[in-house]
Each structure stands twice: as structure tokens, then as C-alpha cells.
Design a protein around this ligand. Structure first.
Ligand code: NAD
Length: 324
């Protein structure tokens, strides 16, 4: 049994990760600014606090901790990250968290840290063709992320990597690609595209249209939460300390994604395209390296994952509407 801290344990991926680590028999302390929104945390201890504060980090990152999973970040979907309106907060908040956590982990000689980076670190120039984006791990440099969020993630990758180089901290870095599933935010303004589209479809009546930002021809791939968690556990158990993609290679355009969700809902709906933040033209995971290093690849198809997610969001939407 290890003593583990999950930072960002009140968030989407963090709360699922706590469940998994508990099922593996570990002692888990969750830290976040908030409790999980949709179900109770299974953490042995849950501390509400702000990781931007060094003294708070020093209080909790102590010699008795074996591992840290650092998922806390100021993040959201395109509506939050790609409008430019939240850039300073996104960089400042997440950089402070990572600076504090890395320093305290060094001082307390924590055995191993996991850091959740993002596909948003990849250069814009390699993601202009929706049919042929390149997100191989080795393509990260020369760097040109298309958002400040991506730059902060790249900075943090370098921070943890230099902690390893100079202080021999054991690190693991995943570059997540669009993770989705039940218990992810769907109407907070920080929701990502699968959750936003599930919500729009669930709320629409037959023969209405749902709004899509941009032309909908931009492509992405989406990773179901259970596959993501399995990838994180396998990465932590491996001896690989450089950044690895944890994503799906099932690339789809946003229009196709919307139509897939409509099909799952059994409704008859149209799409109407409006102006909105869309990010890069194409992005999908390249899993060659992660397959060869970990033997990991996603098991759940996009359709299977969306069926579970749509069902969960549709139930949430119905219960929210019923209580208004
Ligand atoms: P999330 O927003 O649901 O979770 C992040 C959590 O961090 C939130 O609960 C938030 O309250 C917490 N947090 C923020 N600032 C904090 C602070 N100062 N002190 C303590 N807690 C703080 O996001 P998520 O989808 O669960 O993502 C988890 C991690 O994975 C993030 O680092 C994110 O950047 C990364 N990531 C996620 C995706 C994805 O598709 N979900 C893709 C790429 C990378």
C-alpha cells in the first residue's frame, strides 16, 4: 500500500483516478479547491486548499508521501482556453501550482510524480491539415503551441524534467488528448466538446438544430476516461520518464462527432454553424511510442464511450431541468 496524493482530486480525471487508486488498495489524500461535483470522493482524506500557496503545499507534501499525481490546473474546453480571455489566469495559476509542487517534491524526496500534460503542447504548424495532423512525441520542438495553456504545459514538462535531471526526482509525464466520460463538467463554461455536444443534443427537441462552433470540419480524437486512467496507471508502473501520448487514434471531425451523438440519442436534429473558438484544424494522438513502451492502447471505441457519456449527461440534464 502506497501513500499517494492526487492533486485536482475534485476534478474530472482526478476523481476517477482516486477511485482507481483506492481499488488498488492505496491510501489516498485528495487535494483540490473543491469537492467532486457529481459523486463523493473515495479518498481517505480530502483537503480543500489552494496549491498556488507554497506554505499549503509544504504542509501536505511531506516525507511520508510515496507518490504524487499532479492533475490540478486552471483548465477548460475551447470556450475557456482558446478565446484569449483567460490567458493570464491559466498560465499564472497553473505555473504557480507546478512550481510549488515540484519544489516541495524535491525537498520531501517524494519517490515519484505523475504530471498531466496535454496534446495542446504540439506545434500549430503540424496541425493545420485536418486530415493529417502530426502529434508524435518527437514533434514537440521547435515549440509553437497555439494557446497559452499549451505553453504552460510545455513549461511544466520542462520544470519536472529538470527536477529529474538535477535532483533525481522520478517523473512520469502523460500528454492527454481530449479525455471525456461520465462525471465530467458539461455546463460550467469549462466543458469540452463531447460533453457540450451531448448536453446540446440532450436538451434539443426533435427537428431542432444544435449549434457547432466553426465549420465543424476540424478533427480531433477523444479518449474515454477508463482508458485514460488505465494508461496513467501503466505509465506510473513503467520505467519511462519522458512525455508519452495518452490518447486515441480514432480521429473524427466535429460535424461527425455531433452526428454520432445525435444518432445515439435517436433524435432527428440538424446542425447550425456559428462563430466560435475552434483551436487547431486537426489533432489526433499518435500512439506508436506508447504502444511500444507500455503496450497500452485504448480499448473503448468512441461510440461505446459516447453512449455511456450521453446517457449520463442526458440524465443530468433531465434532473437539472426538473428541479429548476
Ligand atoms: P478539471 O478542471 O476537471 O480538474 C482540475 C482540477 O484542478 C479542478 O478540480 C480544479 O478545482 C483543481 N485546481 C485548479 N486550481 C487549483 C489550485 N490552485 N489548487 C488546488 N486545486 C486546483 O480538469 P480535468 O479534465 O480533470 O484535467 C485534469 C488534468 O489533465 C489537468 O491538468 C488538465 O490540464 C489535464 N488535461 C486534461 C485533458 C482533458 O481532456 N480533460 C486533456 C489534456 C490535459
Amino acid at each position: 500500500m502506497k501513500k499517494i496524493i492526487v492533486m485536482g482530486a475534485g476534478g474530472f480525471i482526478g476523481s476517477h483516478l482516486v477511485k482507481k487508486l483506492k481499488s488498488l488498495g492505496h491510501w489516498v489524500k485528495g487535494i483540490d479547491l473543491k469537492y467532486p461535483e457529481f459523486s463523493e470522493s473515495l479518498a481517505d482524506e480530502f483537503v480543500i486548499g489552494d496549491l498556488r500557496l507554497l506554505a499549503f503545499c509544504q504542509e501536505h507534501i511531506t516525507d511520508s508521501i510515496d507518490e504524487i499525481y499532479q492533475l490540478a490546473a486552471d483548465m477548460g474546453g475551447a470556450g475557456y482556453l482558446f478565446t484569449g480571455e483567460n490567458d493570464f489566469d491559466v498560465v499564472h495559476n497553473s505555473a504557480l501550482i507546478n512550481l510549488n509542487v515540484a519544489k516541495c517534491a524535491i525537498d520531501s524526496r517524494v519517490d515519484k510524480i505523475f504530471f498531466s500534460s496535454s496534446a495542446c503542447i504540439y506545434p500549430k504548424v503540424n496541425q493545420q491539415d485536418p486530415n493529417n495532423p502530426n502529434c508524435e512525441e518527437s514533434s514537440a520542438y521547435p515549440a509553437e503551441p497555439d494557446s497559452e495553456y499549451g505553453w504552460e504545459k510545455l513549461f511544466a514538462e520542462r520544470l519536472y524534467t529538470s527536477a529529474k535531471r538535477n535532483y533525481h526526482i522520478n517523473i512520469r509525464i502523460a500528454r492527454f488528448h481530449n479525455v471525456y466520460g461520465p462525471e465530467g463538467t458539461f455546463d460550467s463554461g469549462k466543458e469540452k466538446v463531447p460533453a457540450a455536444l451531448c448536453r446540446k443534443v440532450a436538451m434539443a427537441k426533435n427537428n431542432e438544430t444544435i449549434e457547432i462552433w466553426g465549420k465543424g470540419t476540424q478533427t480531433r480524437s477523444f479518449l474515454y476516461i477508463d482508458d485514460c486512467i488505465e494508461g496513467v496507471i501503466q505509465l506510473m508502473d513503467s520505467n519511462y520518464s519522458q512525455p508519452l501520448n495518452i490518447g486515441s487514434e480514432e480521429m473524427i471531425s466535429i460535424n461527425e462527432l455531433a452526428n454520432l451523438i445525435i444518432d445515439i440519442s435517436n433524435k432527428s436534429l440538424g446542425l447550425s454553424h456559428i462563430e466560435g473558438p475552434i483551436g487547431v484544424q486537426g489533432r489526433t494522438s499518435n500512439n506508436d511510442l506508447v504502444k511500444s513502451r507500455l503496450g497500452w492502447q485504448p480499448k473503448i471505441t468512441l461510440r461505446e464511450g459516447l453512449e455511456k457519456t450521453y446517457q449520463w449527461i442526458a440524465t443530468q440534464v433531465v434532473s437539472t431541468t426538473a428541479t429548476v
